[in-house]
Write a protein that binds this ligand. Structure first.
Ligand code: BTN
Length: 266
């Protein structure tokens, strides 16, 4: 059992992770934390503090990008969400996803001496295999982000058999990568520390710090890729990210096109 109180009282955490709510089983930490945040609006007592983490041992309806299912079995990984109140325009909400991916890549690389890469828009991979996915939900009104929920799912201790039986072809876990089990408390602490650090940059308006780090990890930039958008494949070279987080692809006929949604194949 993870000692969440101990993690939350880590002296270096300033905002994110200072309050951790644990549940054994939820539908989706993103969904439940979103509801909790909405319900706490305008209340003086019992309001939800910014930076609160909701973490669950299992999710019965974990959600991925593009309405996919995120498999979240009991005790096999970290399934958690952070409640954020970023003062950024709605078209910059990609920065929240980016900061999640950067935090995971930094934490995992430092802990285990690995070389994670980030695959647009939100996957974290080692040697082409995905061990982490990120999903941001926002509530926007009057051209402002009223609340944001940053959800992170990390496959930690699934075996090769468990992954091949239930997951997609490029999935993996840190256990498979490292050939040993990993300590969830250690990984969670490291990720929260990085989240806290990069979220402070976001709050201070230093967005370029997040984008620069993201690009450092996005080693696919400059390479030939295929993007599948609305079931249609496009081949080209991934050139850059635009100011709304879209990916700029130079297509084979030389035309540059920006995609805001889709799956990238490296
Ligand atoms: C993806 O790669 O498609 C995104 C996966 C995001 C999964 C996490 S697990 C915690 C949080 N709660 C959810 O339902 N989804 C996110």
């Amino acid at each position: 059992m993870i000692d969440y109180q101990q993690i939350a009282s880590h002296p270096d955490l300033k905002l994110i992770g200072k309050n951790i709510i644990f549940r054994q089983s939820v539908t989706s930490t993103n969904r439940v934390l979103y509801k909790m945040a909405e319900n706490s609006f305008g209340k003086e007592e019992g309001f939800l503090a910014e930076g609160t983490i909701l973490i669950a041992e299992e999710q019965t309806a974990g959600r991925g990008r593009l309405d996919r299912i995120w498999i979240s079995p009991r005790g096999k990984g970290l399934w958690f969400s952070a409640y954020l109140l970023p003062d950024i325009p709605p078209e910059k909400s990609f920065l929240i996803t980016f900061l999640g991916a950067v935090a995971v890549a930094e934490a995992v690389n430092h802990l285990f001496e690995l070389k994670s890469m980030i695959k647009w828009p939100n996957d974290v991979l080692v040697k082409g295999r995905k061990y982490c996915g990120i999903l941001t939900d926002t509530r926007v009104s009057e051209e402002k982000i009223q609340l944001a929920i940053l959800g992170i799912g990390m496959n930690l201790n699934q075996t090769v058999r468990e992954i091949t039986e239930s997951y997609g072809p490029i999935a993996t876990s840190l256990r498979i990568i490292l050939h040993r089990t990993v300590d969830p408390a250690q990984v969670l602490t490291a990720v929260l520390l990085q989240l806290d650090k990069y979220y402070a940059y976001l709050k201070e308006g230093q967005w370029e710090k997040i984008i620069e780090k993201w690009k450092e990890y996005a080693t696919f930039l400059g390479s030939k890729i295929t993007i599948v958008a609305d079931d249609e494949p496009f081949d080209g070279i991934a050139r850059d990210i635009d100011d709304k987080g879209g990916i700029i692809i130079e297509l084979e006929d030389g035309e540059e096109r920006v995609f805001y949604s889709g799956d990238l194949f490296l």
